[in-house]
Ligand binder design. Sequence first.
Ligand code: NAP
Length: 287
Amino acid sequence: MSKVIDGKQFADNLCEKLKAEVALLQEQHDLSPCIAVVLVGEDPASQVYVRNKVRRCEQLGIHSVEHRLSAETTEAELLTLIDQLNNDDAIHGILVQLPVPDQINDKAVLAAISPKKDVDGFHIENVGAMAVGENQMVPCTPLGSLMMLQDHLGDLSGKHAVVIGRSNIVGKPMATLLLQQSCTVTIVHSRTVNIESICRQADILVAAVGIPNFVTADWVKEGAVVIDVGINRIEVDGKSRLVGDVDFDDVQEKVSAITPVPGGVGPMTIACLMYNTVAAAKMQNNI
Ligand code: NAP
Protein backbone atom coordinates (compact mmCIF):
# COMPACT_ATOMS: atom_id res chain seq x y z
CA MET A 1 0.00 0.00 0.00
CA SER A 2 1.46 3.33 -0.92
CA LYS A 3 1.25 6.28 1.41
CA VAL A 4 0.35 9.77 0.30
CA ILE A 5 2.63 12.13 2.21
CA ASP A 6 0.41 14.92 3.50
CA GLY A 7 2.56 18.01 3.01
CA LYS A 8 -0.15 20.29 4.29
CA GLN A 9 -0.44 18.42 7.59
CA PHE A 10 3.34 18.25 7.86
CA ALA A 11 3.58 21.99 7.24
CA ASP A 12 0.82 22.69 9.79
CA ASN A 13 2.72 20.66 12.42
CA LEU A 14 5.98 22.50 11.70
CA CYS A 15 4.19 25.85 11.84
CA GLU A 16 2.59 24.98 15.20
CA LYS A 17 6.08 24.43 16.63
CA LEU A 18 7.33 27.65 15.05
CA LYS A 19 4.37 29.59 16.44
CA ALA A 20 5.28 28.44 19.96
CA GLU A 21 8.92 29.39 19.33
CA VAL A 22 7.93 32.85 18.06
CA ALA A 23 5.85 33.41 21.22
CA LEU A 24 8.82 32.37 23.40
CA LEU A 25 11.19 34.69 21.52
CA GLN A 26 8.80 37.55 22.21
CA GLU A 27 8.34 36.64 25.85
CA GLN A 28 11.92 35.82 26.77
CA HIS A 29 13.92 38.09 24.43
CA ASP A 30 11.47 40.80 23.36
CA LEU A 31 12.21 39.67 19.80
CA SER A 32 9.63 39.70 16.97
CA PRO A 33 10.90 37.86 13.88
CA CYS A 34 10.15 40.01 10.84
CA ILE A 35 10.36 39.36 7.12
CA ALA A 36 10.26 41.95 4.33
CA VAL A 37 8.54 40.64 1.20
CA VAL A 38 9.27 42.53 -2.01
CA LEU A 39 7.08 42.08 -5.08
CA VAL A 40 7.95 43.90 -8.29
CA GLY A 41 5.20 44.04 -10.91
CA GLU A 42 1.85 42.31 -11.08
CA ASP A 43 2.54 38.72 -12.07
CA PRO A 44 -0.65 36.89 -10.92
CA ALA A 45 1.17 33.74 -9.73
CA SER A 46 3.66 35.83 -7.74
CA GLN A 47 0.80 37.75 -6.13
CA VAL A 48 -0.74 34.46 -4.97
CA TYR A 49 2.62 33.23 -3.60
CA VAL A 50 3.19 36.49 -1.71
CA ARG A 51 -0.35 36.46 -0.31
CA ASN A 52 0.10 32.87 0.95
CA LYS A 53 3.45 33.70 2.56
CA VAL A 54 2.11 36.80 4.32
CA ARG A 55 -0.93 34.83 5.54
CA ARG A 56 1.32 32.15 7.05
CA CYS A 57 3.38 34.86 8.79
CA GLU A 58 0.20 36.24 10.37
CA GLN A 59 -0.82 32.77 11.63
CA LEU A 60 2.56 32.33 13.34
CA GLY A 61 2.91 35.81 14.81
CA ILE A 62 5.80 36.60 12.46
CA HIS A 63 5.77 40.24 11.47
CA SER A 64 5.77 40.89 7.70
CA VAL A 65 6.32 44.09 5.78
CA GLU A 66 5.21 44.11 2.16
CA HIS A 67 6.87 46.27 -0.49
CA ARG A 68 4.86 46.25 -3.71
CA LEU A 69 6.75 48.03 -6.47
CA SER A 70 5.56 48.90 -9.96
CA ALA A 71 6.57 46.80 -12.98
CA GLU A 72 8.64 49.81 -14.16
CA THR A 73 10.91 49.78 -11.09
CA THR A 74 14.57 50.06 -12.08
CA GLU A 75 17.31 47.78 -10.81
CA ALA A 76 18.90 50.74 -9.00
CA GLU A 77 15.63 51.49 -7.17
CA LEU A 78 15.26 47.88 -6.08
CA LEU A 79 18.88 47.71 -4.93
CA THR A 80 18.37 50.88 -2.87
CA LEU A 81 15.38 49.30 -1.13
CA ILE A 82 17.37 46.11 -0.44
CA ASP A 83 20.18 48.19 1.02
CA GLN A 84 17.72 49.91 3.39
CA LEU A 85 16.29 46.55 4.45
CA ASN A 86 19.79 45.11 4.97
CA ASN A 87 20.53 47.98 7.35
CA ASP A 88 17.26 47.82 9.26
CA ASP A 89 17.80 45.78 12.47
CA ALA A 90 14.06 45.17 12.83
CA ILE A 91 14.04 43.18 9.55
CA HIS A 92 15.47 39.67 9.89
CA GLY A 93 14.58 38.18 6.51
CA ILE A 94 14.34 39.62 2.99
CA LEU A 95 12.46 37.85 0.24
CA VAL A 96 12.32 39.25 -3.29
CA GLN A 97 9.66 37.29 -5.14
CA LEU A 98 11.03 35.95 -8.42
CA PRO A 99 10.78 36.40 -11.32
CA VAL A 100 11.55 40.12 -11.46
CA PRO A 101 10.80 42.14 -14.63
CA ASP A 102 13.34 41.94 -17.49
CA GLN A 103 15.02 45.31 -16.79
CA ILE A 104 16.24 43.94 -13.44
CA ASN A 105 19.09 41.43 -13.23
CA ASP A 106 17.96 38.80 -10.74
CA LYS A 107 21.55 37.75 -9.99
CA ALA A 108 22.38 41.31 -8.90
CA VAL A 109 19.30 41.33 -6.69
CA LEU A 110 20.16 38.03 -4.98
CA ALA A 111 23.76 39.16 -4.49
CA ALA A 112 22.62 42.40 -2.85
CA ILE A 113 20.62 40.70 -0.07
CA SER A 114 22.67 40.27 3.09
CA PRO A 115 23.45 36.52 3.40
CA LYS A 116 22.24 36.65 7.02
CA LYS A 117 18.81 37.87 5.85
CA ASP A 118 18.67 35.63 2.77
CA VAL A 119 15.74 33.47 3.93
CA ASP A 120 15.39 31.98 0.43
CA GLY A 121 18.94 30.64 0.67
CA PHE A 122 19.84 31.80 -2.86
CA HIS A 123 22.82 34.06 -2.03
CA ILE A 124 26.06 32.67 -3.40
CA GLU A 125 27.61 32.72 0.09
CA ASN A 126 24.82 30.48 1.41
CA VAL A 127 25.09 28.24 -1.66
CA GLY A 128 28.84 27.91 -1.07
CA ALA A 129 28.35 27.21 2.64
CA MET A 130 26.02 24.35 1.75
CA ALA A 131 28.47 22.97 -0.77
CA VAL A 132 31.07 22.53 2.00
CA GLY A 133 28.54 21.16 4.50
CA GLU A 134 28.24 24.30 6.63
CA ASN A 135 24.58 25.04 6.03
CA GLN A 136 23.34 28.49 6.98
CA MET A 137 20.23 29.50 5.05
CA VAL A 138 19.01 26.49 3.06
CA PRO A 139 16.61 26.92 0.10
CA CYS A 140 13.05 26.29 1.27
CA THR A 141 11.75 23.79 -1.31
CA PRO A 142 14.64 21.31 -0.98
CA LEU A 143 14.64 21.76 2.82
CA GLY A 144 10.93 20.94 3.05
CA SER A 145 11.36 17.98 0.71
CA LEU A 146 14.22 16.63 2.83
CA MET A 147 12.19 16.98 6.04
CA MET A 148 9.37 14.89 4.54
CA LEU A 149 11.82 12.26 3.27
CA GLN A 150 13.49 11.96 6.68
CA ASP A 151 10.14 11.73 8.40
CA HIS A 152 9.08 8.90 6.13
CA LEU A 153 12.34 6.99 5.76
CA GLY A 154 14.40 7.91 8.81
CA ASP A 155 18.07 7.48 7.95
CA LEU A 156 18.64 8.15 4.24
CA SER A 157 22.21 6.92 4.19
CA GLY A 158 23.07 4.54 1.34
CA LYS A 159 19.85 5.20 -0.59
CA HIS A 160 20.12 5.94 -4.28
CA ALA A 161 18.48 9.32 -4.81
CA VAL A 162 17.77 10.55 -8.33
CA VAL A 163 16.93 14.23 -8.76
CA ILE A 164 15.32 15.22 -12.05
CA GLY A 165 16.30 18.85 -12.76
CA ARG A 166 19.42 20.89 -12.04
CA SER A 167 18.08 24.37 -11.31
CA ASN A 168 19.83 26.53 -8.73
CA ILE A 169 16.69 26.85 -6.64
CA VAL A 170 15.55 23.22 -6.52
CA GLY A 171 17.55 20.51 -8.29
CA LYS A 172 21.12 21.39 -7.27
CA PRO A 173 20.43 22.24 -3.60
CA MET A 174 18.22 19.14 -3.32
CA ALA A 175 21.08 17.00 -4.58
CA THR A 176 23.49 18.69 -2.14
CA LEU A 177 21.19 18.04 0.84
CA LEU A 178 20.75 14.39 -0.15
CA LEU A 179 24.50 14.00 -0.52
CA GLN A 180 24.93 15.46 2.97
CA GLN A 181 22.63 12.67 4.18
CA SER A 182 25.01 10.13 2.58
CA CYS A 183 22.69 9.21 -0.27
CA THR A 184 24.23 8.14 -3.57
CA VAL A 185 22.99 10.98 -5.72
CA THR A 186 22.38 11.15 -9.46
CA ILE A 187 21.15 14.33 -11.11
CA VAL A 188 19.42 13.94 -14.46
CA HIS A 189 18.41 16.76 -16.82
CA SER A 190 17.36 17.52 -20.36
CA ARG A 191 20.60 16.19 -21.88
CA THR A 192 20.65 12.94 -19.91
CA VAL A 193 20.73 9.76 -21.98
CA ASN A 194 18.50 6.86 -20.81
CA ILE A 195 16.78 8.99 -18.20
CA GLU A 196 14.02 6.43 -17.53
CA SER A 197 16.43 3.62 -16.73
CA ILE A 198 18.35 5.86 -14.30
CA CYS A 199 15.12 6.91 -12.59
CA ARG A 200 14.09 3.25 -12.31
CA GLN A 201 17.13 2.66 -10.06
CA ALA A 202 16.05 5.30 -7.56
CA ASP A 203 15.07 4.51 -3.97
CA ILE A 204 14.22 8.22 -3.74
CA LEU A 205 13.03 10.07 -6.82
CA VAL A 206 12.68 13.86 -6.72
CA ALA A 207 11.04 15.44 -9.78
CA ALA A 208 11.71 19.16 -10.35
CA VAL A 209 11.22 19.55 -14.08
CA GLY A 210 8.22 21.74 -14.81
CA ILE A 211 6.56 19.32 -17.27
CA PRO A 212 3.08 18.05 -16.32
CA ASN A 213 2.87 14.30 -15.58
CA PHE A 214 6.40 13.77 -16.94
CA VAL A 215 7.21 10.77 -14.73
CA THR A 216 5.06 7.70 -15.34
CA ALA A 217 4.88 4.30 -13.59
CA ASP A 218 7.45 2.68 -15.89
CA TRP A 219 10.04 5.25 -14.66
CA VAL A 220 9.83 4.25 -11.01
CA LYS A 221 11.06 1.30 -9.00
CA GLU A 222 8.57 -0.72 -6.97
CA GLY A 223 8.58 0.70 -3.42
CA ALA A 224 10.42 3.95 -4.23
CA VAL A 225 9.62 7.20 -2.42
CA VAL A 226 8.66 9.99 -4.80
CA ILE A 227 8.79 13.72 -4.08
CA ASP A 228 6.95 15.74 -6.71
CA VAL A 229 8.17 19.34 -6.71
CA GLY A 230 6.47 20.35 -9.96
CA ILE A 231 3.62 22.84 -10.03
CA ASN A 232 2.01 22.93 -13.47
CA ARG A 233 -1.32 24.40 -14.49
CA ILE A 234 -3.17 22.42 -17.15
CA GLU A 235 -6.65 22.44 -18.70
CA VAL A 236 -8.80 19.34 -18.11
CA ASP A 237 -12.32 19.31 -19.60
CA GLY A 238 -12.15 23.09 -19.92
CA LYS A 239 -11.19 23.51 -16.26
CA SER A 240 -7.83 24.70 -14.96
CA ARG A 241 -6.06 22.21 -12.67
CA LEU A 242 -2.73 22.03 -10.85
CA VAL A 243 -0.66 18.91 -11.45
CA GLY A 244 2.88 17.92 -10.62
CA ASP A 245 5.73 16.53 -12.70
CA VAL A 246 4.68 13.01 -11.73
CA ASP A 247 1.63 11.22 -13.11
CA PHE A 248 0.20 10.65 -9.63
CA ASP A 249 -2.59 8.19 -10.55
CA ASP A 250 -0.24 6.08 -12.65
CA VAL A 251 2.63 6.01 -10.16
CA GLN A 252 0.81 5.86 -6.81
CA GLU A 253 0.18 2.09 -6.62
CA LYS A 254 3.78 1.24 -7.43
CA VAL A 255 5.61 3.40 -4.89
CA SER A 256 5.80 3.20 -1.11
CA ALA A 257 5.13 6.92 -0.66
CA ILE A 258 4.47 9.98 -2.81
CA THR A 259 3.73 13.67 -2.29
CA PRO A 260 0.58 14.94 -4.02
CA VAL A 261 0.19 18.16 -6.01
CA PRO A 262 -1.29 20.30 -4.63
CA GLY A 263 -0.80 19.61 -0.92
CA GLY A 264 2.72 18.17 -0.95
CA VAL A 265 5.92 20.15 -1.39
CA GLY A 266 4.16 23.51 -1.87
CA PRO A 267 2.93 23.99 1.72
CA MET A 268 6.28 22.78 3.07
CA THR A 269 8.10 25.42 1.01
CA ILE A 270 6.19 28.18 2.79
CA ALA A 271 6.61 26.50 6.19
CA CYS A 272 10.38 26.35 5.61
CA LEU A 273 10.41 30.05 4.74
CA MET A 274 8.92 30.63 8.18
CA TYR A 275 11.53 28.27 9.65
CA ASN A 276 14.35 30.23 7.98
CA THR A 277 12.91 33.56 9.13
CA VAL A 278 12.83 32.42 12.77
CA ALA A 279 16.35 30.98 12.40
CA ALA A 280 17.61 34.26 10.88
CA ALA A 281 16.07 36.33 13.70
CA LYS A 282 17.70 34.09 16.30
CA MET A 283 21.07 34.13 14.53
CA GLN A 284 21.10 37.93 14.23
CA ASN A 285 20.37 38.23 17.94
CA ASN A 286 22.85 35.54 19.05
CA ILE A 287 20.08 33.33 20.42
P1 NAP B 1 13.69 25.10 -14.05
O1 NAP B 1 14.62 26.12 -13.56
O2 NAP B 1 12.92 25.32 -15.30
O3 NAP B 1 14.50 23.73 -14.18
C1 NAP B 1 13.92 22.60 -14.77
C2 NAP B 1 14.94 21.51 -14.86
O4 NAP B 1 14.30 20.39 -15.51
C3 NAP B 1 16.18 21.88 -15.68
O5 NAP B 1 17.34 21.46 -15.01
C4 NAP B 1 15.98 21.12 -16.98
O6 NAP B 1 17.16 20.60 -17.56
C5 NAP B 1 15.15 19.93 -16.54
N1 NAP B 1 14.38 19.42 -17.67
C6 NAP B 1 13.62 20.13 -18.53
N2 NAP B 1 13.11 19.31 -19.48
C7 NAP B 1 13.59 18.08 -19.21
C8 NAP B 1 13.47 16.82 -19.84
N3 NAP B 1 12.72 16.66 -20.95
N4 NAP B 1 14.10 15.77 -19.31
C9 NAP B 1 14.86 15.92 -18.20
N5 NAP B 1 15.03 17.08 -17.55
C10 NAP B 1 14.40 18.16 -18.05
O7 NAP B 1 12.57 24.74 -12.96
P2 NAP B 1 12.63 24.81 -11.34
O8 NAP B 1 12.61 26.21 -10.91
O9 NAP B 1 13.66 23.88 -10.83
O10 NAP B 1 11.18 24.20 -11.03
C11 NAP B 1 10.81 22.91 -11.42
C12 NAP B 1 9.34 22.69 -11.12
O11 NAP B 1 9.16 22.84 -9.72
C13 NAP B 1 8.40 23.71 -11.75
O12 NAP B 1 7.17 23.06 -12.04
C14 NAP B 1 8.18 24.74 -10.66
O13 NAP B 1 6.95 25.41 -10.78
C15 NAP B 1 8.18 23.84 -9.45
N6 NAP B 1 8.56 24.50 -8.19
C16 NAP B 1 7.79 24.22 -7.12
C17 NAP B 1 8.09 24.77 -5.89
C18 NAP B 1 7.23 24.41 -4.72
O14 NAP B 1 7.22 25.12 -3.75
N7 NAP B 1 6.54 23.27 -4.77
C19 NAP B 1 9.19 25.61 -5.76
C20 NAP B 1 10.00 25.86 -6.86
C21 NAP B 1 9.67 25.28 -8.09
P3 NAP B 1 18.29 21.56 -18.22
O15 NAP B 1 19.00 22.19 -17.06
O16 NAP B 1 19.11 20.61 -18.99
O17 NAP B 1 17.56 22.55 -19.05
